[in-house]
Design a protein around this ligand. Structure first.
Ligand SMILES: [Fe+2]
Length: 577
């Protein structure tokens, strides 16, 4: 078992026990466990774990009185952002649960229940820490509590504080529009409320309207239509006592829905720069008509709502930008990889196959999807430095002189220099370190920095195994494929000197069918389904044992022959032609 995986598993156990301790309200011990886990996750660059720890720390610091409400929520937002970046359902689930817990503790029950429900939905997808029972219990407690604590009439000031608090925690625009509308409706004692946003690019107003419990629909219309359109264009507030007497009112919606609008309060929402960003439309005051007090309350709500809405829009844009940058970076490294292949015909396809072997090995050692994708990127780029090597040396068939050998070794340093010049976000910087470590050896005799043992990053050690395995299993102009017995012998003999022994052991435990699929990728070859079924049951270690055994059973001989058929197949066919 590889050390990084052991450490991550240990940290996950700490998180599990911290969650139980939080449930028992033993916050100080929970804090110790989370602190330890956080340290490990940071060392291992495990974004999912870091996000989970940020969420838990915010709650624990809040519970112990070290953080006030705002500070805890700010930290929780960071946790939410990292959970999204890690694409981790587990981290999002814990983040929602903690959001719920903090609002629960603040008696902010309506918002707490939204977060608990979100957490519950996520737990259907993945529930690594078995949290669905805890969430269900919380929801039941809340629902029971709500039955007898429901206020008869809300105090406008309390509503205002509640709205400001609940919306600062939300970054999802759809959810924000829903919560603001719901809270405003309750605060103003009206029957309905819709919050419209002004999309200035298309000059449209849009919102989401609830269609039952879990679904909603976007509505969109030109910004000069209807009462909401009128207020965003004019900046005026409309307080209408009888909608059907007002020529600006459009009764079409009522006709369609069967709803009867009577009183309307419609007001623009302004940001800090006094620019109009949308409108409130509140319908049918429960007893009587909308008053001046209602208008004042709506202005106050608009003040907090506009900040939250603008933040959510920024958050959305940032997320979009991040996704675009990621795509750009990925297409960029693919282009770089293609340029290496074009330059070095002898080893065409090498980077792609090293990526495939590295990915198999990373998966086998238990690396998570995010870290695996970093290793894959490093694999694609590992030989990029060959761009700086002279053609006469790079494409030379036959033995290299000492000077030529030294020159070709320079490619790793060049890889380092090139990747160092590319801007990478902190998450991606490890790629450079991995890529330029692929010729380092476990015993410190590699190049170019002569790193040793775990000084070489795990990704670099994985690349070293994958790189050598592909080099010796590939055909060259000047030689045929090396017999598989020799290939596996090189790996086994190099374990503990050239390579990390654990990684060689893990590589040898990969099934033959997975390895053959990489061989076949070279010429889009197919594996017979029956063969695949058989080869799935044997790993490289079995092949190693079989080829080194004196008396081979018929079945074992069949497996070796089949393996060689796919391994040597293409090159043998070529020879026969
Ligand atoms: Fe290399």
């Amino acid at each position: 078992m590889v050390e990084g995986r052991v450490k991550t598993e240990e940290a996950e156990k700490l998180i599990k026990s911290a969650l139980d301790l939080i449930d028992e309200k033993n916050y100080s011990t929970a804090q110790e466990h989370v602190d330890k886990a956080y340290k490990i996750f940071k060392e291992e660059h495990f974004t999912e774990g870091i996000s989970i720890c940020l969420s838990l720390i915010s709650f624990l610091d809040y519970s112990e009185g070290k953080y006030n409400y705002e500070k805890a929520l700010a930290m929780l937002q960071d946790g939410a952002f990292m959970a999204t970046r890690a694409s981790s359902v587990t981290a999002q689930l814990i983040n929602e649960l903690i959001f719920g817990n903090i609002h629960f503790a603040e008696s902010n029950k309506d918002v707490a229940i939204i977060h608990y429900n979100n957490a519950l939905k996520l737990s259907v997808e993945e529930d690594k820490y078995n949290l669905s029972d805890t969430i269900n219990t919380r929801i039941r407690q809340l629902q029971n509590g709500m039955d007898y604590s429901l206020p008869t009439k809300s105090d406008p000031l309390v509503s205002l504080v509640k709205i400001s608090r609940s919306i600062t925690a939300l970054t999802d625009i759809d959810e924000l529009l829903r919560v603001i509308a719901e809270e405003t409706k309750n605060a103003i004692q009206a029957d309905r409320c819709t919050v419209f946003l002004w999309d200035k690019d298309t000059d449209e107003l849009w919102s989401k309207v609830a269609l039952g419990l879990n679904s909603s629909q976007e509505i969109r219309f030109p910004a000069d239509k209807g009462l909401a359109g009128y207020v965003v264009k004019s900046g005026e507030t409309l307080n209408i006592v009888d909608a059907y007497q007002d020529p600006r009112f459009n009764p079409e919606v009522d006709t369609k829905t069967g709803y009867r609008t009577k009183t309307i309060l419609c007001m623009p929402i302004m940001n800090n720069n006094k620019e109009i960003i949308g409108a409130f439309q509140v319908l049918n005051k429960i007893d009587g008509v909308f008053t001046k007090n209602d208008e004042d309350l709506l202005i106050a709500i608009g003040g907090s709502a506009s900040i939250a809405l603008e933040n959510a829009q920024l958050f959305d844009q940032q997320l979009q930008l991040y996704r675009e940058q990621k795509l750009l970076f990925e297409s960029f490294i693919d282009t770089l990889a293609t340029s290496i292949d074009a330059r070095d015909k002898i080893t065409a396809g090498h980077s792609t196959r090293v990526r495939m072997y590295s990915s198999l090995l990373a998966e086998a050692v238990g690396m998570n999807a995010k870290d695996r994708s970093l290793v894959e990127k490093a694999a694609i780029l590992h030989d990029i430095g060959k761009i700086g090597i002279r053609d006469s040396v790079l494409q030379k068939e036959g033995k290299l002189t000492d000077e030529e050998y030294k020159h070709i070794q320079e490619h790793v340093r060049i890889t380092h220099n090139i990747l160092n010049k590319i801007y990478m976000s902190p998450d991606f910087r490890i790629i450079t370190e991995m890529a330029c470590s692929h010729h380092e050896k476990w015993d410190g005799t590699g190049y170019y920095r002569h790193l040793k043992g775990e000084e070489i990053t795990l990704g670099g050690r994985i690349l070293a195994v994958a790189d050598v395995f592909d080099a010796i299993t590939s055909k060259r102009h000047y030689r045929d494929k090396m017999p598989i017995a020799n290939v596996l012998d090189i790996l086994m003999k190099g374990a503990g000197s050239h390579f990390d022994k654990n990684l060689v052991d893990t590589f040898m435990s990969i099934s033959c069918s997975k390895i053959i699929r990489v061989f076949l990728s070279e010429y889009n070859g197919q594996m017979n389904p029956n063969d695949e079924e058989l080869l799935k049951q044997y790993d490289l270690m079995s092949i190693y044992r079989f080829v080194n055994s004196e008396n081979l059973s018929a079945e074992s001989q069949k497996v070796v022959d089949l393996f060689n058929h796919y391994y040597l197949g293409k090159s043998q066919e070529e020879k026969e032609q």
